[in-house]
Write a protein that binds this ligand. Sequence first.
Ligand SMILES: Cc1cc2nc3c(=O)[nH]c(=O)nc-3n(C[C@H](O)[C@H](O)[C@H](O)COP(=O)(O)OP(=O)(O)OC[C@H]3O[C@@H](n4cnc5c(N)ncnc54)[C@H](O)[C@@H]3O)c2cc1C
Length: 321
Amino acid sequence: MRAKVDPAAVERTVIPHSDYLTHAKVVTASAVGVDDSVVLTSVGRTVGYDFLVIATGRNCTRPQRRSDRLEMFQRDKERIAAAGSVLIIGGGPIGVELAAEIAMDSPDKRVTLVHGGPRLLKVMGTRASAKALEWLRSKNVTVLLDQTVDVEDLAGSGSGEDDSGRVFTTSAGETVTADCHFVCTGRPVASGWLRGSFLADHVDADGRLAVDEHLRVGRLKNVFAIGDITDVPEAKQGYLAQRQAMVVSRNLRLLLKGAGLEHKLHRYKASKAAITVTLGRRDALSELPFMTLIGHIPGAVKPRDLYVSRTRRMMGLSWNG
Ligand SMILES: Cc1cc2nc3c(=O)[nH]c(=O)nc-3n(C[C@H](O)[C@H](O)[C@H](O)COP(=O)(O)OP(=O)(O)OC[C@H]3O[C@@H](n4cnc5c(N)ncnc54)[C@H](O)[C@@H]3O)c2cc1C
């Protein structure tokens, strides 16, 4: 969300996979099918496997090429800069973070957030929702709860499109005039490509893959899953996806040593995650196991660069690392 107001600040986050996977073969395509030994890709190429790790998380509609993605950030910034009023549809972490970024970056803009539920940030507790609402209203963001804007109606105009004084009508009949809008209704879990495959029985009603304590899918010996795609009962957070990746990489190393070591497989234990929602450059909202904090203090815990330097270091990349 920072990219939409300050693209230069996040340039270091857009990293071609080949920069850090220096010994891997990277195939840039979507996986569209899988059987017990081969993955089929959207470019018609098949990739055979002995072990498979599924980490498709959520569908991504952003441009895949680095230059296209940076251009998209720049276009969003220009649209917001040119707008006197901005409509944000969806009050989950994406919508709240975007509303906060715009409100803090340009306090003179009229920002309206329309959310379909009775409270913001339903991934967090009610206390966090109330604090987020109070914080946004204190920054003059108009928040309309229990109302929706028909995003189907907006199809074709695209998120962030220049609307110049367009009037949007909510499900409750309220009208919002805005010069640009952003649809922040969340991204669905990317498991559609598994339907009809030999793994389909392990996809639950929410589209998540059922994994066991070793993060294996359906107790298959050579198929693992990590990250947002899994049904691990914990908040879906990037740092937890990284912990899961560590467990799976250790398990793969063990299994590659040979058969008969299955009893030694490492286990992943779901944890109560701390969730932090960034509110512009200074503030944040943190839900810790025993308390919920908002303002400068949680804002100071999350580094100004949103962990970009730390993540680059972890990946063995420098550039102010
Ligand atoms: C606004 C917001 C703020 C957040 N803040 C934090 C935070 O502060 N800390 C934190 O730890 N987490 C945070 N998260 C959560 C974090 O972003 C996710 O938990 C994390 O990205 C999950 O990683 P993943 O690899 O499982 O999935 P993803 O990040 O969704 O990556 C999956 C990738 O797979 C690709 N893909 C999908 N389908 C296919 C296919 N068929 N073939 C090939 N590729 C495919 C997608 O294009 C995507 O690039 C935040 C999330 C949001 C929305």
